[in-house]
Design a protein around this ligand. Structure first.
Ligand SMILES: [Zn+2]
Length: 222
């Protein structure tokens, strides 16, 4: 577990930061794939955790939600639109092609069972020192979380900081295969950039201490 900023820890779940979750104050954001439970629980061993939030209910984020919530006896939160997938585990229903072999693989081997959502979150909700930002596109109910005073942003999958095929580090739009609406996601990228984030924490790829990389990337989009 890596301390990124005040009360923000990255929990890398795969080599090269290929899949991450984060402990933000006493809140676990995302929970890797189905087999990530032990790594996450070990990382959280000496930490107090009061709740678990999903940026979105894809298999590489909700995979261990159920086991974590049950083991730590904590409630699960996500947006209204992610609630069905979070609760029923049908995590690929929004994919452009749910029958693609990779979609099927994710559903079969990565997705966790659904877990009851205790309550839903929306734009502007306060999560400790962070606020929830609605960032639809990658999934329709995707949420990011921003802390204004030091510019820490939990991006989720609005952007990745690695090429998911080669694992080479760098900013990318999320893969089309797993993104329900690429155009809407681009608007969410701009929305996040307008916050002028200083530290970007991704679902995929290493944390970025932004020195203009984000602004440069946005220029390539249009
Ligand atoms: Zn993801």
């Amino acid at each position: 577990m890596k301390n990124i900023a005040k009360d923000v820890y990255q929990i890398p779940l795969f080599p090269r930061n290929a899949i991450n979750c984060y402990l933000v104050e006493d809140i676990l954001i995302d929970a890797g794939i189905r087999s990530s439970g032990n790594i996450i629980l070990k990382a959280l061993k000496n930490k107090y955790v009061s709740k678990h939030i999903l940026t979105h209910a894809h298999a590489d984020h909700q995979g261990s939600s159920k086991i974590i919530c049950e083991t730590l006896n904590i409630p699960l939160f996500c947006s209204e639109l992610e609630k069905p997938a979070a609760e029923n585990g049908n995590v690929t229903f929004e994919y452009p092609n749910p029958n693609h072999f990779i979609s099927k693989f994710q559903k079969k081997f990565w997705a966790g069972k659904g877990h009851l959502v205790f309550d839903t979150l929306k734009e502007g909700d306060q999560i400790g020192e962070f606020i929830a930002i609605e960032t639809p596109g990658h999934s329709s109910g995707h949420l990011s979380f921003f802390r204004e005073f030091d510019g820490v942003l939990i991006v989720g999958d609005v952007l990745t900081n690695m090429n998911l095929l080669t694992t080479k580090v760098g900013l990318h739009e999320p893969p089309t295969l797993f993104t329900s609406n690429k155009e809407i996601n681009r608007k969410s990228i701009l929305k996040l950039a307008s916050l002028k984030p200083k530290t970007l924490c991704f679902g995929h790829g290493p944390v970025l201490f932004n020195n203009g990389e984000l602004e440069k990337f946005i220029e390539t989009l249009y």
